[in-house]
Design a protein around this ligand. Structure first.
Ligand SMILES: [Zn+2]
Length: 239
């Protein structure tokens, strides 16, 4: 079946399939339930966003909605009501290729308290700094929410949306998905630690050291395994 959309290139078709897989992953991992949450992916000079109100199990590659940066749709379908922040983030952050939005449980719990995540764990650096900020509340789909999200995402790959959920960014969809999963995990850990008392917060210099070490990774990866680049610096020199 040939797509006759404005984005009917091979690359766009691959992105549509990747979005479908990501939406199903978010649903399977419990990060999104029902038709909540949405995904936006840069596609050349335009972008694709998941459709409005369609549960993951009913999505198809063709149901992803192509849009341009003026906010006009380039094909059939009604875009997610949150298309504005997808557009604005992809426009403001040229280094990012994908945006994942979830109403995942623990991120949303903290968002409902409008509580930012401090550096209670070094993995907070996955989001690019020593905190994950939370926006004040603004109604879904609004330009106000989009503007607040952009502010909270300054120098970050993730933020919480007050009384709403979370946004995670990535250089590509796999990266954004990994950040979303990690942020949800951090929110759960922070929530649990708060049950027992006040977590120890890492200092600015401790977090700076983590951020420096993460730079060598290039992407959000599991720092438990030493990266090959780092190992080769410290490892055996060639005879
Ligand atoms: Zn939402």
């Amino acid at each position: 079946m040939a797509l006759v959309h404005a984005d009917s290139s091979q690359a766009a078709s691959a992105l549509r399939l990747a979005m479908l897989a990501a939406a199903r992953t978010l649903s399977a991992q419990g990060l999104n339930r029902g038709a909540t949450g949405n995904i936006g992916v840069r596609c050349g000079a335009s972008f694709l966003v998941t459709p409005s109100g369609v549960p993951a199990e009913d999505l198809t590659p063709e149901s992803m909605v192509a849009m341009d940066f003026s906010g006009a749709t380039l094909g059939p379908g009604k875009p997610s009501s949150e298309w504005r922040f997808h557009r604005d983030i992809l426009a403001a952050r040229p280094e990012m290729g994908a945006v994942v939005h979830t109403h995942s449980r623990f991120a949303t719990v903290l968002a409902c308290l409008q509580r930012e995540l401090p550096a209670f764990h070094y993995m907070i650096a996955v989001a690019g700094g020593d905190s994950i900020r939370c926006t004040p509340y603004a109604i879904f789909g609004s330009q106000e929410l989009s503007s607040l999200a952009l502010q909270a995402l300054q120098n970050r790959k993730a933020c919480l949306l007050g009384n709403h959920g979370m946004i995670a960014l990535g250089v590509d969809l796999a990266d954004a998905l990994a950040v979303a999963v990690e942020v949800e995990s951090l929110c759960e850990q922070y929530w649990a630690a708060l049950q027992l008392g006040q977590p120890n917060i890492l200092s600015a210099s401790q977090m700076q050291a983590v951020l420096e070490k993460f730079k060598g990774y290039g992407r959000a990866q599991d720092p438990q395994s030493e990266p090959a680049a780092l190992a080769s610096h410290q490892g055996v020199t060639k005879a």
